[in-house]
Structure formats: C-alpha cells, structure tokens
Design a protein around this ligand. Structure first.
Ligand code: ATP
Ligand code: MG
Length: 227
C-alpha cells in the first residue's frame, strides 16, 4: 500500500485492523525505524510470544510454530508494517523470508507493507527483486478529487455537528482543494483553521474570505493558489 504523506495509509491500516474478524491474528508495526532485533520482538510480542533466546533462529522457530498452530485452529495471521519506506534492505529481505512460511498447500502469513511512494522505489532495487515478485496486490492511495473534497468536508461536518448548519461554500472548497491538493491531512488542517476563523468571526458559513484568511494564517503568507 503506497500513498503520499498524509494520504491516509495509517488510517486505512487501522480501519483494516478494526474490521478483521477475531479469527485473524495480527501484528501491527508502526515504528519501522526500530533496529532489526527490536522489530522482530515487537512482531512476536503482538502475537503473544516471548522467546527466551533473542536471536533470528529462535525468532523464526517460534514464529513458525505459532503460525502452524494458528492454521490448525482455523485462524489467519497477518503482519502489517506501516512506514515501510524506512525499512532497511536487510529487514525487507528478512520479511521476504517470512513470506516463505508455508505448508504444501498454503501460505501461513499475509504481509501488508504500507509506506510512502519511496517504498516502491526501494522494492525496485535489484537485490529486492525476490520480495517484489511475491507482491500480489499493489494499491496506491490517490489524492482526493475536487468533488471528493467537497463530499469529504460535508461528511465530516455532518458527523461532528449534524444540526449546527455549518457550511463550506463551493468557492471555499475550491480554495481548500487548491491548498491541499486533495491530501486529507492538509484538508483537515485547513478546515480546522477555517472553523476556528468562523468561530472568531461568529459565522457558521465558511466562505471564500474565511477560507482564504485561514490558509493565509497557515502559510504565514498568501498561498500560491490564491495569488
Ligand atoms: N479516508 C479518510 N477518511 C477520513 N479521514 C481520513 C481519511 N484518510 C485520511 N484521513 C485523515 O487524514 C489524516 C492523515 O491520515 P494518515 O495519518 O492516515 O496519513 P498517512 O498516509 O499515514 O500519512 P504519513 O505518510 O505522514 O504517515 C488523518 O488525520 C486522518 O484522520
Ligand atoms: Mg502514516
């Protein structure tokens, strides 16, 4: 899973974790900058395993027996690694080894790598071609379109204050789209600031002027989209 900064990768991983059934055992690694040993311990810890020996062989042995026992209980196992663009080549190679855990009939673990587009470039490196070849689905989160941005804002406003009549006018949405380029984190920041400006100005209508003022405050100057 790839996507630009702030496009919603972590949000999507967390939503996935919330929706997986009890029969899927998961490990979610959100700090991929950990040294290899600690990363492996974090994975095992999520699966409830505490190996006595802290070395690669012991790690693999424990994980293998855990995966086999989950399979025999009818469970799935998934490893989700966020911020995977930070993983070292050696760690990515180790992840490839994890993907080799299998019986004659099936794979024992499903792995999701989520990261910024550099992850893709990293996987293009010749020494990682074996890992790349094992990727069965690559999904890229695109930025929201202008229509999406309007619907996204309306939806979130409705969820937080269904009865309070807060409105973002179409030209305010245009401006927020130009500023954010459809990236949810930037949309959120711009809308948050605009709502604060609206509060100060005692209005629930976020129009072009209010949006412009809030984006100017965010940028410290006029944003190129407004010049
Ligand atoms: N589909 C969505 N619906 C609602 N909110 C979203 C959605 N996608 C992203 N967001 C919001 O956008 C913000 C950024 O999302 P998130 O942290 O998941 O991005 P990211 O791609 O993981 O960023 P980074 O590259 O910095 O790790 C969050 O505040 C999140 O609530
Ligand atoms: Mg993230």
């Amino acid at each position: 899973l790839t996507g630009e900064i702030g496009s919603g990768k972590t949000t999507l991983c967390k939503a996935l974790l919330r929706h997986l059934p009890q029969t899927t055992k998961t490990s979610f690694v959100f700090n991929s900058n950990l040294p290899e040993g600690q990363l492996f311990e974090a994975i095992l810890g999520d699966f409830g395993i505490l190996p006595k020996r802290r070395n690669k062989i012991s790690f693999l042995k424990h994980l293998n027996s855990f995966l086999l026992s989950e399979l025999s209980s009818g469970n799935n196992t998934a490893l989700i690694i966020d911020e995977a663009q930070n993983l070292r080549a050696s760690t990515l190679e180790f992840i490839r080894m994890l993907s080799n855990f299998e019986t004659e009939k099936e794979k024992l673990i499903q792995i999701v790598l989520s990261g910024q587009p550099e992850l893709r470039n990293k996987l293009d490196a010749a020494n990682l071609s074996q890992l790349k070849q094992r990727i069965s689905v690559h999904s890229h989160i695109s930025a929201l379109t202008m229509t999406d941005v309007g619907q996204y804002i309306d939806h979130r406003i409705f969820k937080t204050s269904p009865s309070k009549n807060v409105i973002f006018t179409p030209d305010a949405v245009d401006l927020i789209f130009s500023f954010s380029k459809g990236i949810p984190r930037l949309i959120n920041i711009a809308c948050d600031k605009a709502l604060l400006c609206g509060f100060v100005l005692d209005t629930t209508v976020i129009d072009h002027g209010v949006a412009q003022r809030s984006i100017e405050e965010l940028c410290g100057t006029a944003h190129p989209a407004m010049v």
